[in-house]
Design a protein around this ligand. Structure first.
Ligand code: RIB
Ligand code: CA
Length: 314
């Protein structure tokens, strides 16, 4: 039985791997993708998403462009401090067949969910600006969203600041709206993604698959490893997290991550902690649990899933 999903992306290198996994997995029906300002300006995210679908031979997957700036905060001058990990445009040929669909991404999300049978999992792997805007514009979509699987958040350590992970940090007001929307939420934070690293040896295995997706994934992850080794080294050199792909793999097989059902909220007022996902593991707030928050991941299983799925062709 396949799972229908919509991916909301700020396509950079790990979003690109997530898009390929979702598009090629036999367990996923990728209904479409919406793009959002994040790793780079939203028009670059859109072009990158189109390039990915062209590259893997699936140019008809609908792509709609969404919000170009955060809900309430000023746009960041340097979109992502670790831009060596992404860059503005992916190292793929310019999109030629895949084309941007008319209409705003937020309106497409609203129309698609209102018309759905309530069976489309929403998988945001960038800042939550599109999702929060859609919920505020048309709250009736909430009852049509069975689950939201978010790549974002951090308990132990941030990547954009000491406290916060990039997707939440760039638009904390949006994140707070989504985290408190009342629908089932699984969060795949840095606490999980930093325990599921992909190495240079894994990239060699991906390239040896001989498929467009394997080649592109190897190219993107090698770039990520270079960026991480030089800007934010992991506990193991020569390896990097592929955050967004882990969120998609968690939709395919939930056992790839280990979650705790706890109260989680987002700091929107702190100076040093803005964008922090505040995890109440000991239920000190007296509030009910609202998020399945992942604190671990199965790295060998994740790499196996990537290799199996990216070895497929359209
Ligand atoms: O912090 C990691 C997240 O920020 C990933 O989604 C990456 O693509 C960037 O958006
Ligand atoms: Ca992303």
């Amino acid at each position: 039985m396949t799972t229908k999903i919509i991916l909301d992306v700020d396509t950079g290198t790990d979003d690109a791997v997530a898009l390929m996994v979702a598009a090629l997995s036999p367990d996923i029906e990728l209904i479409g993708a919406t793009t959002v300002n994040g790793n780079t300006a939203v028009h670059f995210c859109t072009e990158n998403t189109l390039r990915v679908f062209d590259w893997i031979g699936l140019p008809d997957i609908p792509v709609h462009q969404g919000m170009s700036r955060p809900l309430a905060r000023a746009q960041m001058t340097q979109i992502n401090p670790a831009s060596r990990i992404h860059g503005d445009l992916l190292d793929l040929p310019e999109a030629r067949t895949a084309t941007l669909q008319p209409g705003h991404g937020v309106d497409w999300l609203i129309d698609t969910y209102l018309a759905s049978d309530g069976d489309i999992t929403l998988v945001p792997v960038g800042p939550l600006t599109n999702i929060a805007t859609a919920i505020q514009k048309e709250p009736a979509i909430l009852e049509k969203i069975p689950e939201i699987v978010i790549m974002g958040g951090a308990h132990d350590h941030g990547n954009s600041t000491a406290s916060a992970e990039f997707n939440i940090w760039l638009d904390p007001e949006a994140a707070r709206i989504v985290v408190n929307c009342g629908r089932p939420i699984r969060m795949v934070p840095l606490d999980a993604t930093h325990r599921a690293l992909v190495s240079l040896d894994d990239c060699r295995a991906l390239r040896a698959l001989g498929t467009p997706a394997g080649e592109a994934a190897a190219r993107f992850i090698e770039k990520r490893i270079d960026g991480y080794d030089s800007t934010q080294p992991m506990h193991r050199a020569g390896a990097a997290p592929v955050h967004d792909a882990l969120a998609v793999c968690a939709v395919i097989d939930p056992t790839v991550i280990t979650t705790h059902f706890i109260p989680v909220d987002v700091e929107t007022g702190g100076e040093l902690s803005i964008g922090r996902t505040v995890c109440d593991f000991r239920f000190r707030s007296g509030r009910p649990a609202n998020v399945q928050f992942a604190m671990d991941a199965d790295e060998p299983m994740f790499v196996r899933m990537l290799t199996e799925i990216l070895g497929r062709t359209a």
